[in-house]
Write a protein that binds this ligand. Structure first.
Ligand SMILES: [Mg+2]
Length: 403
């Protein structure tokens, strides 16, 4: 392979009369230079001449001397057989723009074999190929021209400078368009890949955000539950507080009014609690209330039953769907629990243990009755239990109720 640069100086200018567009005469007395490719030359159009006749190389170079296309000059590379051509395109200069290719070289179809090699094995679809032959009989099949993307086919006898220039310009223009499209394809593909990466990153980001939101939502839900619990629970005894009692009783009253089912209420008061505090101190008093509340809470079996701290040492037990007899049983259970707790109360005139007085009321909510009635009657019953000596329960008697 030889590398040759334009412009070239013919040793005998008389042999060529390109300005008159005459037939190129091939002669091997032409001078040619060989030199390594410089950086500047890298920005040139590479044209490979593959031909077994040295005169063709020289004549071609001379014909295209000083020729530039889009401001870039031409660098020529020479190969003298199909095999040399393969090496030139495969490893030497795969970025060759145009090949001026002889058909018959070491074999009658060496040029066609080279075309097949370039397109099929190297998968080089960009290089433009102009076939040249000295014999009209060597013309390739139409299918070869079509399948192997051959740009032009010329008989060497037809080669004039003008025709060569025209062919070279058309081939370079085509090469430029193809490489531009290829470059755009690469840029598009890179842009697409970049977009894909952005999309992936966005998806990751979105996933992390969702994760974070879900974590925070869970934390918020827990905080809300805790807050709700704190709002509805009595801090000391850890049973429902007064607010919770009011809301729950109202809710049950409305519901059971609709269902026309009974609602029972027990109000419980710790007997002689002031004396207990005076004797054992407030801390012991608090502890006493806690034990009573927790014990009553454990004694309630149905999920709808509720014990709440009603006042200082007063508790309220709400028993939905419970008749007076059921409420009576709960009161007895509570009394039994108190007996088991055996909290010492030496200053109580009632007993040497802490006791409770209980007032029970039960009614089916109906017109003329109200929550306040239920509470008031339970309170009356409690008052009655106290009056009767404490440490007992009394049941509100319906006959005493003035509607
Ligand atoms: Mg030949």
């Amino acid at each position: 392979m030889n590398q040759v640069h334009t412009p070239l100086k013919p040793s005998n200018e008389d042999l060529f009369a390109f300005d008159n567009d005459e037939i190129l005469l091939f002669d091997d007395t032409l001078d040619s230079r060989e030199a390594p490719l410089s950086d500047e030359e890298a920005s040139t159009w590479k044209i490979a001449i593959v031909d077994d006749e040295p005169t063709v190389h020289r004549a071609t170079q001379l014909a295209l001397r000083n020729f530039t296309f889009e401001g870039k000059p031409i660098t020529f590379f020479s190969a003298y057989s199909g095999e040399e051509g393969k090496q030139l395109i495969a490893t030497g200069h795969p970025d060759t723009a145009v090949i001026l290719l002889d058909v018959a070289m070491e074999t009658h179809d060496a040029g066609l074999k080279l075309v097949e090699y370039i397109r099929e094995e190297l998968h080089n679809r960009t290089v433009r190929i102009i076939l040249r032959t000295g014999h009209p009989g060597e013309a390739p099949e139409e299918s070869v021209i079509l399948n192997y993307d051959i740009n032009d086919y010329k008989l060497k006898v037809e080669l004039t400078r003008q025709r060569l220039l025209t062919s070279a310009i058309a081939a370079l223009r085509s090469y430029r368009d193809i490489t531009t499209i290829e470059q755009q394809k690469i840029e598009l593909s890179q842009a697409f890949e970049h977009l894909q990466q952005l999309k992936d990153r966005l998806q990751d980001h979105s996933y992390n955000l969702e994760l974070e939101v879900s974590k925070r939502t869970a934390a918020l839900e827990n905080a809300n539950k805790e807050l709700h619990r704190m709002v509805l629970l009595d801090g000391l005894t850890q049973v429902a507080n007064r607010r919770c009692f009011d809301e729950y009783l109202q809710q049950q009253w409305t519901l059971l009014s609709r269902l026309q089912q009974p609602l029972s209420l027990i109000l419980a008061d710790v007997d002689e609690f002031k004396r207990y505090n005076d004797c054992y101190g407030h801390l012991a008093g608090d502890d006493c209330l806690k034990q009573i509340a927790q014990s009553i809470s454990l004694a309630l079996k149905r999920p709808t039953d509720l014990v709440a701290r009603y006042g200082g040492e007063e508790f309220a037990i709400v028993l939905p769907l419970t008749h007076i007899d059921g409420a009576r049983q709960v009161a007895e259970t509570i009394a039994s629990i108190m007996a088991q707790l055996k909290i010492l109360h030496v200053t109580s005139p009632v007993s040497d243990r802490v006791t409770l007085s209980l007032g029970i009321s039960s009614m089916v909510p109906q017109v003329g009755l109200s929550l306040e009635t239920l509470i008031a009657t339970a309170d009356n019953a409690l008052y009655q239990a106290k009056q009767e000596g404490r440490n007992r329960y009394c049941v509100y008697e319906a006959s005493k109720l003035e509607l």
